[in-house]
Ligand binder design. Structure first.
Ligand SMILES: [Mg+2]
Length: 174
């Protein structure tokens, strides 16, 4: 992501972000679901995203996951990374986002949301910094302030974190 390609409105919106909210499947993973006869057997997360989330939190910012699925694997990853909010089995992601706004006392303009599919449209329409991963369904691209160059599960979240932190530093990058 080249910051020089971003307009001043996007950089200003990025600077306001205090809470980064992520969909799980298709954003933190590549969206493929691996099943055994026992149920969900595996998900793959990218180490670059994990390090990005850790850096984001180390810089004093907050993170949440809102997922429609119920997944001990996703929960374990969230716990490993010290992610503050983990909302699973969510049927209405916009309502879940409103819950987070209530819990944190933040305004929607202080939240970034990263999605990949139609269930993410509601929260993306609410927040100040809506992001679609590169391989999102087409409907998200019109709503997103930013579309990552990387695909979900392959460093897209790291790309968002790097952009947010660089915007906050006010740095001229690359
Ligand atoms: Mg998804």
């Amino acid at each position: 992501m080249n910051m020089e390609q971003l307009g001043p409105d996007i950089i200003a919106a990025a600077r306001r972000v205090e809470l980064l909210v992520l969909d799980c499947d298709g954003v933190l993973t590549d969206g493929r679901l691996y099943f055994s006869s026992e149920g969900e057997a595996m998900k793959s997360f990218h180490v670059h995203d994990g390090q990005g989330i850790v850096s984001w939190q180390h810089a004093g910012f907050r993170t949440g996951i809102i997922t429609g699925r119920t997944s001990p694997i996703a929960r374990a990853r969230a716990e490993e990374l010290g992610i503050e909010f983990f909302l699973e089995s969510v049927k209405d992601k916009a309502a879940a986002l409103d819950d987070l706004i209530g819990k944190t006392g933040l305004s929607a303009s202080q939240i970034a949301y990263v999605g990949d599919d139609l269930a993410d449209l509601g929260p993306m329409r609410r927040v100040g910094f809506p992001v679609a991963v590169n391989n999102s369904v087409a409907e998200l691209l019109d709503v997103a302030a930013l579309v990552t160059s990387k695909n979900g599960g392959f460093g897209a979240v790291r790309e968002v974190v790097d952009l947010l932190l660089k915007a906050k530093e006010g740095a001229d990058v690359e």
